[in-house]
Design a protein around this ligand. Structure first.
Ligand code: FAD
Length: 490
């Protein structure tokens, strides 16, 4: 970065706005940069987004914020996995988990695990890797992933939290790092003759100038889409869900350490345990069910009276913008795009979008070359995350509604996803393919194996072969051997 003072203006103070403010302030602490965040005092935040991936753990740790400081203030709990219930009855799999991956740091008894796995595979071809992995065990026994010093595993985990309270917490923290906060309703965006954004105008009569702007105004995307006219590419042709209805219920007495995603007739319902309440919501496709039917189905699923339930309807724009960084404006959060919340990836994408942006600026400033490289990278990340979510819908084995059948028959898969499935069903090296496509930036080898195994999507058995033969021949063997070698090497 040059020594010229830079004024960055963030529009929007949802979780995306405040995470961005913190990341920028921390990275540019000793640079001549002023950061102002403008947030409407009247327009609320979306207020959902209560589950994270382990990346958020890195966020808090990079910020120097201890769990004991933020978690109690945000009613947060630990999350070691996501449990998918009822997605694969056709493969006789009532539920499976997608655990975050933990690794053995020092343990060398590799043969124990290999033998254990062999025994299981010998008994049952549908044995799922998630039960074999450490986080699967933690989830099953509702154990905290926090370990004492010198514990031989590095346990990966994320969190469940109240997103409004996280925003409040991060606001205080960012202000402590010098971020200026302005409570204003943006009514107009002023541009320079070259099309760059010059200033934000507010209903309150204030004009906020800046050199660089970050659009965190949520689905409205006031700056990037509405002012600069960047197009939005919908993922509707392969992700059908466009709506959600939410309904909190009282906290559970025994707090699970996983999110539950239960398949319903035209989508799925999340259950997220917080310390003071349980977050619930039904994500569905309005092409297959009406809002009223979805609300009733969610209430039945939760066992609550519809008349007294605190129901809230949300419309989702699923897709991404054509360019995440255009002119002197970067979009972060819902304003840049959204992939439905099945794997709780939105805040992960917020964090990595900002981190990668900062890396690009550190490397080459605000140049066109950096902008182009950044846009390509972030676009691909969105697409590859989308592929993983699409795979859930494509591989489901439900047959009880038009919705699930339409998903199974969906032919609009990306080349990348088709290729990956092709490699898997032909017993190729899935790990190598994931690396080749650089998919492990988000969902690595284990995630894909959990998903495929969770849907009973195995390559066909050769005639006369047994389950153990399958294990020996196919790539699961290499995968587990590889994992265990990793354990040994650490
Ligand atoms: P918002 O929260 O909508 O914030 C927008 C901000 O812009 C607000 O501060 C508002 O005041 C401001 N603003 C808007 N217009 C103006 C204006 N004119 N003037 C001034 N300010 C303005 N993410 C996860 O990581 N995990 C999950 O489990 C998850 N679940 C989700 C479930 C659903 C159903 C949905 C829809 C989303 C979910 N998300 C999840 C996504 C997550 O909610 C968002 O990514 C996250 O909250 C960030 O939102 P945001 O800050 O971009 O937008």
């Amino acid at each position: 970065m040059s020594n010229k003072p830079l004024h960055v203006v963030i529009a929007g103070g949802g979780t995306a706005g405040w995470m961005t403010a913190n990341l920028l302030a921390k990275r540019w602490l000793n640079q001549p940069v002023t950061i102002t965040l403008v947030e409407s005092p009247d327009i609320g935040i979306i207020g959902v987004g209560e589950g994270s991936t382990p990346t958020l753990k890195r966020f808090f740790s990079d910020m120097g914020i201890a769990e004991q400081d933020w978690m109690p203030e945000c009613n947060a709990t630990y999350k070691v996995s996501i449990r998918f219930e009822g997605w694969s009855p056709g493969a006789n799999i009532p539920a499976y988990s997608h655990p975050f991956i933990s690794q053995l740091d020092t343990f060398s008894e590799r043969s124990f695990y290999v033998n254990c796995f062999h025994r299981r595979m010998g008994q049952d071809v549908t044995t799922r890797p998630d039960e074999f992995l450490f986080n699967g065990w933690l989830a099953k026994h509702q154990r905290s992933p926090v370990t004492p010093p010198n514990f031989p595993f590095r346990i990966e985990y994320g969190y469940h939290f109240d997103s409004g309270l996280v925003g409040e917490f991060l606001k205080k923290h960012a202000q402590g790092l010098g971020v200026i906060h302005k409570a204003l309703n943006i009514t107009d965006v002023e541009c320079h003759p070259n099309g760059d954004i010059a200033a934000l105008h507010s209903k309150e009569g204030e004009r906020v100038e800046g050199d660089f702007f970050i659009d965190c105004t949520g689905f409205q995307s006031l700056l990037l889409q509405k002012t600069l006219g960047v197009n939005f590419k919908s993922f509707k042709d392969n992700l059908f869900n466009d709506s959600a209805v939410v309904c909190p219920t009282p906290a559970q007495t025994e707090l699970p350490v996983e999110t539950r995603a239960t398949a319903l007739s035209a989508g799925w319902a999340w259950q997220i345990p917080l310390t003071n309440r349980t977050g619930n919501g039904y994500v569905y496709s309005s092409d297959f069910i009406s809002d009223e039917q979805a609300a009733s189905e969610l209430c039945r699923h939760l066992g609550v009276e519809e008349e007294s339930a605190a129901l809230r309807k949300i419309t989702m724009n699923v897709g991404q913008v054509e360019r995440h960084w255009a002119k002197n404006c970067l979009a972060v959060g819902l304003s840049q795009g959204f992939i439905e919340p099945l794997e709780a990836t939105a805040l992960h994408l917020v964090q990595t979008s900002v981190e990668i942006f900062l890396d690009h600026v550190d490397e080459g400033g605000f140049s066109e070359t950096q902008r182009r490289a950044y846009n390509q990278l972030i676009s691909e990340r969105f697409e590859r995350v989308r592929d993983y979510i699409v795979a859930h819908y494509r591989l489901n084995t439900r047959s009880d509604s038009e919705y699930w059948l339409a998903n199974q028959n969906n032919e609009n898969l990306s080349d990348s996803l088709l290729h990956l499935l092709n490699v898997w069903y032909r017993r190729g090296d899935l790990g190598q393919e994931i690396q080749r496509q650089q998919l492990d930036s988000h969902f690595g080898n284990t995630s894909w194996h959990c998903l495929l195994a969770g849907y009973g999507a195995f390559p066909p058995l050769e005639k006369g072969a047994t389950a153990t033969d399958l294990y020996k021949q196919n790539e699961l063997a290499a995968f587990f051997e590889g994992c265990l070698l990793n354990f040994k090497a650490q």
